[in-house]
Design a protein around this ligand. Sequence first.
Ligand SMILES: [Zn+2]
Length: 256
Amino acid sequence: MSGLVRIRGLVLREVAVGEADRILTILSADQGRFSASAKGARRQNSRLVSATEVLSLCDFSLFGKNGRFTVDGAERIEAFTAVKEDLVRLTCAAHVAELVLDAVREGEPAPDVYRLVLRTLHAMTLPERDPLLAARVFEFRLMARIGYAPSLTKCMVCGEPPPEGVPLRFSFSRCGVVCGKETCLRQSGEFLEIRPGTLNCLRHIVSAPEEALFSFALDPAVLKELSTVSSRYVRERMERDYTRLSLIAEWDADSL
Ligand SMILES: [Zn+2]
């Protein structure tokens, strides 16, 4: 990109620099993740003050020169206000942004991830949607979309479909389910026993059409198991700990 370009993107991160400037990290469909500086954006009377906040979806006018971008103007399309006004929803959205910053490379088109992020944030604005479930759905779907799709229909050791309706094992080193046969269990590495409902949920997250991705609710016990499997799967694939969602569980425990 060089000269003046117009691009739609979501602000994932903003860092204050100098007296009144911001450096933004923006996610777009065609450009993936990129940085842009917004001069004077922290001044109260700046026309960029709200458009350059984290989680603002904007049509940006950017001036590009030598691989660097400056925000010339920005028209905000969506502010995700319902997410920003609720601490739990905001924490879940911050988890989404944190993961995307690691998962999407700078300058590489990421239309699938871009759409997934916007769908997730829209789901998080709806009062009937559990933001924690939306965050888990997002992270597991993201793993599948960036090349870490687990095998959920065939045993990773013997290749046979696992029996229906009985507890199954999810193997982290094998990246998928392992059936109950003694020989398979011996070769499965570290695994976690999961309920049939959790396996169905994982299958839905990996293969559901985008428009139906968030249209379900979960029994608390299944959500807890999904959280355990998904958070560990993300940690092992990304080789990093993401701790924001576990904070929410701690707040819940404190409020009991
Ligand atoms: Zn097997």
